[in-house]
Design a protein around this ligand. Structure first.
Ligand code: ATP
Length: 525
């Protein structure tokens, strides 16, 4: 079935999944609210991510940091100077565009020389067709505000454009309290804000959105080499589905996280064939990044990014070390002990090799020497692998993937369309709907209500006693409820219920006592 974003967004509005923000005042571009069912969906996504990334592992801990932080953080991270998109205006119709997107839509590429941009020959306004466009100019995407009552320059602060920086800024506190050794990670989910020039594609590009980010800290390859003698690369065919190994270098760790994240999207219900990996080319990579891959999903409006997974070297922690004057080095006892056993000759040879390697890549020899001296004492600034996902983008991908309009033919040959959201049961906003067959029979209603109050202790449940039972099933199909449990006259006799399954529309009869185990098994990720 060809999926259509308009039909999907209209269902989301009609069934309380997503509303335009501030709609009674005409809405506000780039902001969306999640209604009664959307808020459940988002909570389920966040929880499932947390389970997979934190709870099921022993090498990741969590953080919940503030949205407004010291403005120096954004100087250190590079956002204050460089978190900008090129913007152009049409002088005729006054429409504003992100220059790279405007070019892309016309099959062209924006010309970039250093920090300046130029539109390629023949670029036109996609709204009115005019060639009368301004030169592209940089526009910083961070939302600015003031902390305290005085609105002067010293009080300027920013709403965070990503959650990741707080993890770097809190790195030493976390390292000294979490009792973890490198390699280990810190996960955080929460709101981020970007004053996007052109919010579009429904919630895909919003100005306020949520991210789920992991910073996974690893040893620099030189430390791995000292400890293990040789650094494993992808050419060594490491087992990426097994336990991580001590000899893994950054390249293997990066690939490991790509595989982990793909496995998670599969658990979340996105079919493998709709997920694509886009490896950034050398030209596209940030200067400090060694590799970056985007996990993309085939949305109805095109294949677009869900998550970026970057190998960022020690760039972030080193920047904060430089700007804050606080050391971001860790003490790695395993490394220190290995180095304490090394001969001076072996150390000299190792140092010479690292200095030659660094200088061949245009780096400073003195810095390389200091780095190696620190390694011999078991100290280094950790490198990082960053899987950074968008909660709202995933919610949209899951809704698009789940949406279906099925043509049904009843016993009398009458055709009908069933709208259904085939969510993975673990992520469905409502897990179980309890339906008393009729509402005017107090005994039956009481029995059903008791079942409802029992089940809702564990799962989000719905109660629906109005309308014909078939219509009630359809109402639940539309919001993706995997199980409808009907309490009928037989229930009063033998304590069994009908469980009607969303996807197959099959109905099975189960004893009430077996119901919780049945549901639990089906909704576990
Ligand atoms: P883009 O190139 O699409 O602007 P980006 O590459 O700058 O995005 P990142 O900085 O890598 O995005 O952010 C990590 C993730 O955060 C993205 O993969 C996406 O899921 C989410 N994200 C980023 N910007 C937005 C936005 N404006 N609205 C919704 N989600 C976003």
């Amino acid at each position: 079935m060809e999926k259509n974003l308009e039909q999907i967004s209209s269902l989301c509005k009609r069934r309380g999944i997503i509303f335009p923000s501030s709609e009674i005042y005409g809405g506000i571009n780039g902001f969306w609210d999640y209604g009664p069912l959307g808020s459940e969906l988002k909570r389920n996504i966040r929880d499932a991510w947390w389970h997979f990334m934190v709870q099921w592992r022993n090498d990741v801990v969590g953080l919940d940091a503030t949205i407004i932080m010291h403005p120096r953080i954004w100087e250190a991270s590079g956002h204050a100077a460089g978190f900008a998109d090129p913007m152009v205006d049409c002088k005729d119709c006054k429409k504003r565009f992100r220059a790279d997107q405007l070019c892309e839509e016309q099959g062209k590429k924006l010309i970039q020389t250093g920090k300046t941009f130029q539109l390629p020959e023949g670029t036109v306004c996609t709204a009115c067709g005019s060639k009368n466009l301004t030169e592209p100019r940089s526009f910083n995407l961070m939302f600015k505000t003031y902390v305290g009552p005085v609105e002067d320059d010293s009080a300027v602060a920013y709403l965070r454009p990503e959650t990741a920086q707080a993890i770097f800024a809190q790195f030493t506190n976390i390292f000294s309290t979490a009792r973890k050794q490198v390699p280990f990670g810190v996960a955080q989910s929460g709101k981020s804000f970007r004053n996007e020039i052109n919010p579009r594609n429904y919630t895909f590009r919003s100005r306020e959105f949520e991210q789920m980010e992991l910073e996974f800290f690893i040893r620099p390859d030189e430390a791995v080499e000292l400890i293990c003698g040789k650094v494993a690369t992808l050419a060594d065919n490491p087992d990426l589905n097994g336990e991580p190994q001590e000899n893994w270098g950054w390249e293997v760790w990066h690939r490991y996280w790509v595989e982990q994240r793909l496995a998670w999207y599969k658990l979340a219900g996105l079919p493998q064939e709709d997920l694509h990996l886009y490896w950034q080319t050398k030209d596209e990579l940030a200067h400090y990044a060694r590799a970056c891959v985007d996990i993309e999903y085939a949305f109805p409006f095109g294949v677009q990014e869900l998550e970026g997974i970057a190998a960022r070297s020690d760039f972030d922690l080193s920047q904060h070390q430089k700007f804050s004057g606080k050391s971001m080095q860790v003490q790695d006892d395993r490394l220190r002990l290995v180095c304490a056993e090394m001969s001076q000759e072996a150390k000299d040879a190792f140092k010479a090799k690292v200095v030659a390697d660094w200088t061949s890549r245009g780096k400073d020899a003195a810095a390389a020497e200091q780095f190696v001296e620190d390694l011999f004492l078991g100290r280094y600034v950790p490198h990082v692998i960053e899987p950074s996902a968008g909660t709202d983008r995933l919610a949209l991908a899951l809704i698009c993937n789940a949406y279906d309009e099925e043509k049904l033919v009843d016993g009398k040959g009458k055709e009908d369309i069933r709208t259904v959201l085939h969510f993975a049961p673990a992520l469905a906003p409502i897990k179980v709907a309890v339906l008393p067959l009729v509402k005017n029979k107090p005994e039956l209603r009481e029995k059903a209500w008791k079942l409802f109050t029992d089940l809702r202790r564990d799962w989000k449940c719905a109660w629906d006693e109005t309308g014909a039972i078939g219509r009630r099933y359809r109402r639940q199909d539309e919001v993706g409820t995997p199980f409808c449990v009907t309490v009928d006259f037989d229930t009063l006799e033998n304590d069994t219920v009908t469980v009607r399954l969303r996807d197959s529309m099959e109905q099975i009869r189960l004893p009430i006592a077996e119901l919780p185990a049945y549901i639990r098994k089906a909704i576990t990720l």
